[in-house]
Design a protein around this ligand. Structure first.
Ligand SMILES: Nc1ncnc2c1ncn2[C@@H]1O[C@H](COP(=O)(O)OP(=O)(O)O)[C@@H](O)[C@H]1O
Ligand code: SF4
Ligand SMILES: [Mg+2]
Length: 317
């Protein structure tokens, strides 16, 4: 059984359709990078895992199963229990995710409960300076605050850590240190990671699996090395360029020509069609269904023929 299974998830914010039938699976102990341009639905999907969506969001269809439990169909009390038992979250802005009125040590004590060793947990994220315990969040640097947030999220050894671009606001060196902390702590604890990211080379280096989002759907997923090294979906190919795994750390996704869609309802066909150099007539009005190519699951009508290309394709839409 998957630790996390997302099935045909549709989430609407008033007039905006943020997820348009997203599917995802994550096994225990695995790391999965969820990538895609801004607005593709990564944060909505990440928050949906813990039913942490804003009150304006509505689950219109589909389900999210965490350890087999249907997150959206549980009473609120059960969801809180499930979060506590299985899940940890870190977000992009660490200072906003901490309580500004409480010293760091006290916040950690609240999470750990009586008997919890605060220094041990700060030591695990390489924060050994005792002054950190007495500091308020605004007195910490971004990198330190993110380590505190990671220490809190990992203190209970969750089975799944959802990390929503936790390093996006940090500079390159600090980013690498924070990533080392997250991935080594998770590996030691057997924690799975769902890592939402713009940083494709880092995902290629760190994650077992990758899922590429476009227009609120996961359009290609599979082993990271395969998907990014030999992409099948034209959007993945455009994102990945020719050799993402070889690119330097911190290189951002190359912008794909054209604009991503803002959906107001179900996409009638493939949401990538207006930007796709391979689009044909049916792409505008037939929704692609998953096709298995090697170990990759691809949402593209032309997946089978495009996969026969030996080298990754450059896409110029
Ligand atoms: N709180 C919100 N209210 C209204 N629309 C939202 C909200 N959050 C996200 N959206 C919209 O949902 C879509 C997906 O956004 P998001 O999940 O934040 O994507 P990503 O994390 O990939 O940038 C976008 O069109 C975005 O504008
Ligand atoms: S379904 Fe059509 S438009 Fe969409 S990616 Fe495939 S070829 Fe391009
Ligand atoms: Mg986001």
């Amino acid at each position: 059984m998957s630790l996390l299974a997302v099935r045909n998830l549709v989430i609407d914010y008033a007039e905006t359709r943020a997820l348009d039938g997203a599917d995802l699976d994550l096994a225990r102990g695995e790391t999965l990078g969820l990538v895609g341009e801004s607005g593709s639905g990564k944060s909505t999907l990440g928050s949906a895992v813990g039913r942490l969506l804003p009150t304006t969001a509505r689950r219109t269809e589909g389900e999210v199963l965490v350890a087999g439990e249907p997150v959206f169909d549980l009473p609120a009390r059960e969801v809180r229990k499930l979060r506590k038992k299985h899940l940890g979250f870190v977000f992009q802005d660490p200072i906003a995710s901490l309580d500004p009125t409480m010293r760091v040590g006290n916040q950690l004590r609240l999470v750990l409960g009586r008997g919890g060793d605060v220094r041990f947990h700060l030591g695990r994220v390489k924060l050994d300076d005792p002054r950190v315990l007495r500091a308020y969040p605004h007195q910490l640097s971004g990198g330190m605050a993110q380590r505190v947030a990671i220490a809190m999220a990992m203190a209970t050894s969750p089975e799944l850590l959802v990390a929503d671009e936790p390093t996006a606001a940090l500079d390159t060196q600090v980013r690498e240190e924070v990533l080392n902390v997250v991935f080594s702590l998770a590996a030691d604890a057997g924690t799975s990671i769902l890592w939402l990211s713009h940083d494709l080379p880092a995902v290629a280096r760190r994650c077992d699996q990758v899922a590429v989002m476009y227009g609120g759907r996961v359009v290609e997923r599979g082993p990271a090395r395969e998907v990014l090294g030999r992409p099948v979906h034209p959007y993945t190919a455009a994102l990945a360029g020719s050799a993402p795994a070889a690119a330097g750390h911190g290189v951002r996704l190359e912008p794909v020509p054209g604009r991503p869609p803002v959906l107001t309802g179900p996409s009638p066909g493939c949401a990538f069609a207006p930007r796709c150099a391979f689009a044909e007539e049916r792409c505008d009005h037939e929704r692609p269904q998953p096709v298995l190519v090697r170990e990759q699951e691809v949402l593209c009508h032309r997946a089978a023929e495009l996969s026969e290309a030996e080298t990754p394709r450059e896409v110029t839409a």
